[in-house]
Write a protein that binds this ligand. Sequence first.
Ligand code: APR
Length: 312
Amino acid sequence: MPTRKKIGLIGAGNIGGELARLCAAKELGDVWLFDIPTKENFAKGKALDLEQNAAVVGYDSTVRGTSNWADLEGADVLIITAGIPRKPGQSRDDLVAINLPIIRNVANNAKQFCPNAFAIVISNPLDAMVYEYKRVLGCAREKVAGMAGVLDSARFQLFLAREAGVSVKDVRAMVLGGHGDDMVPVLSMTTIHGIGVQNLIGKDKLDAIIDRTRKGGGEIVNLMGTSAYYAPASSAVSMAEAFLLDQKRLLACAAYLDGEYGYSDLFMGVPVIVGGKGIEKIITIPLTEEERVMLAKSAKSVQAVVDVVKKN
Ligand code: APR
């Protein structure tokens, strides 16, 4: 019997490849890089490249490519990037019609082959795709999370660090709400090593940083012609690592809300504790009136896309 954890990466594209590299290099488990049959050789080629990389870098995790769901049988973690990324001028919500049948296909197969895996969804529009994944799987809310908050918070932290002239390591910030243009950077909880950020950065600069954070994904799409992959992959791996190593990390993740923050039957970015049981706890933090209003606006946008999903 294998004793290493089994990690299934669904989608062997830009994010999938970087996910595989990180999971293997950190020796989080043995990796299966899955893609559709017409991309199977591509997935196998990436996997072989990463196995050869192991001999240089020095890791013992295996990386294999496949288009056969049976290879994912019993996976401990699934990270799902299956779908089409944005092109310049597109919003994440524009992807719903294309990516909805894809996430349904993935969820139906996951239900059959690895229903107990902790699933981290990255495909966009994130909050709607993770909702649909859980609905099809019918799994407990502990076992499925959307990756957005870690990435959006990282973008916010970087811009704050650059503006304040401090290390990114000293900035603590969380971005909550939906993974869209009205995401909610929680300024009241943003600190530079405990010092409230408003003490160090002026309002005009903060407003500009919040705006850049909200459009952070689009800025990269406009530059590259496709969406980001290094930071998204690192963000999802931090969630997978928290689960596999039972780290009890407090991270901003899209979680299924059942009354928390006043919302139900909706996935949205909130602070959660990720450990060996998956999403172990949703943390409720006090928000200012302004932040509550922003969260309500963001929830409305998420609900609109979920309503499209429900109708189709
Ligand atoms: N099952 C598995 N893989 C699939 C499926 C499917 N049903 N349908 C498509 N894919 C694969 C594609 O063949 C492709 O290799 O998903 C992969 C996606 O890779 P990229 O096109 O490189 O996209 P990437 O940048 O990795 O982004 C993937 O994450 O951030 C989001 O908006 C982004 O929805 C997009 C997703």
